[in-house]
Design a binder for this molecule. Structure first.
Ligand SMILES: O=P(O)(O)OC[C@H]1O[C@H](O[C@H]2O[C@H](CO)[C@@H](O)[C@H](O)[C@H]2O)[C@H](O)[C@@H](O)[C@@H]1O
Length: 399
């Protein structure tokens, strides 16, 4: 599949679980009509034996929150190793029908988002004569997903790979975390950092950028005392986010395993370690708080609910902003964005719409995405970064 045909491929995206009809699964094959059986960021497909909790929390259910939370983490029972499919039904017929549907979906997905490693040459061909700019997500891309968000350390090998690649290609990390936190984890000065899903960007000083274009862009200095541009489009929301952070801490203190993380311009409420029975309580708690803040909204991540300002800004806009501030204009630039999460889809989408560069989805199971290629996990991300350096050195040797 060449890049051009990839560009033309119709792609569905959806922040909430993919429904049965979209998977092409006939409803008669479904064991029950309730939520949720989906490929998703939860990385597997589940056929629950029992109906999920039938609670009275109609408001959060009708908003799709519970479905989205479940799809971000289906229950684990029996796992079909090859395809990463979870099955809790005893019905063999239903099971084999699922296998068939899933197998074809896996194949389709492999065709749709080929491995960036096996397609490496193709990627390099499209980079000929162009300047590669690299954008990397942090959690799930550079560091594996772990239970404790405070311990999402990146390996030294990965750090070295990122450091190396940044020597040859302008590189930025765009994370949902606060910029300070992600810098603390990565610790490399050779890169640019954007925190809070792109709402806090520290980039190079570019005299071209005018105040009218970016009124929230100010001159500042980084930790090394170097002059930088600081762009914080949601700065007016700081007190509001802080208030919500404190309310969430207070209101979730009785929920075992819940963890609130202050990401400066957004707040994360983690439910990875919360018993699934209490997920409706988690959702209800955020829902109640958000009622008082019409200028804030909720997005879903990997076992995390994220509260963020309603502004027209996301990781995709951050990529565009960084390209501009790095002076990387025109057709001779090939931006590559590597990410694993729903919020990374905004960046994949921007690249697809610009018809420039491509997204690489990090996932070991099929997902609908706006990316062009895929990598299975963080170790494949590292291999990909090393390949980029190798190929750059080869090209340099021929010059
Ligand atoms: O944009 P990212 O860099 O991918 O950040 C997204 C969120 O990542 C972190 O949470 C996720 O990773 C944790 C550590 O592996 C895991 O425990 C959690 O369940 C995941 O959702 C981070 O803690 C969040 O604040 C970020 O928004």
């Amino acid at each position: 599949m060449d890049l051009k045909s990839n560009h033309a491929a119709p792609v569905l995206t959806d922040p909430v679980p993919i429904n049965k009809s979209r998977l092409g699964i006939h409803s008669s094959l479904m064991p029950y009509s309730g939520p949720v059986a989906a490929f998703s960021s939860g990385l597997c497909v589940t056929i629950p034996r029992k109906k999920p909790i039938t609670s009275v929390l109609d408001d959060i259910r009708s908003a799709g929150w519970l479905d989205a939370m479940k799809s971000s983490s289906p229950p684990r029972k029996k796992l079909s190793k090859d395809l990463n499919i979870e099955v809790t039904s005893d019905d063999d017929h239903i099971y084999s029908s699922w296998m068939a549907s899933v197998a074809s979906h896996v194949l389709l997905s492999l065709l749709k988002y080929p491995s960036a490693l096996t397609s490496f040459e193709q990627i390099m061909n499209s980079a000929k004569g162009k300047r590669i700019a690299l954008f990397l997500d942090y959690d799930g891309t550079l560091s594996p997903i772990v239970d404790d968000p405070e311990r999402a350390f990146m390996s030294n090998a990965m750090r070295a790979a990122v450091q190396n690649v940044a020597k040859y290609f302008p590189t930025a990390i765009i994370s949902g975390r606060s910029r300070d936190k992600v810098y603390e984890f990565v610790g490399l000065t050779e890169l640019y950092y954007a925190g809070s899903h792109g709402m806090d960007i520290m980039g190079p000083v570019r005299p071209i950028m005018t105040d009218e274009d970016h009124p929230n862009c100010i001159r500042s200095t980084d930790k090394q005392g170097k002059e930088v541009n600081l762009f914080q489009p949601a700065s007016e929301f700081l007190p509001m986010i802080d208030e919500v952070f404190r309310s969430l801490i207070e209101n979730t203190k009785e929920i075992n395993g819940a963890k609130v993380e202050n990401n400066k311009f957004c707040v994360s409420l983690h439910y990875r370690n919360v018993d699934e029975k209490s997920w409706p309580v988690v959702a209800q708690c955020v829902h109640n708080i958000l009622k008082g803040y019409p200028r804030l909204r909720l997005t879903h991540g990997r076992k995390v609910l994220e509260v963020r300002p309603v502004i027209d800004w996301n990781k995709g806009k951050a990529v565009e902003f960084l390209l501009e501030s790095l002076g990387l204009y025109g057709d001779n630039v090939l931006p590559i964005y590597v990410g694993d999460d729903r919020t990374d889809e905004d960046a994949f989408k921007v690249l697809r719409e610009r018809n420039q560069g491509f997204g690489i989805l990090v996932s070991s199971v099929p997902k609908e995405s706006n990316a062009f290629y895929s990598l299975r996990d963080t170790s494949e991300v590292m291999q990909f970064l090393k390949q980029l350096v190798k190929s750059n050195n080869k090209l340099a040797a021929y010059k």
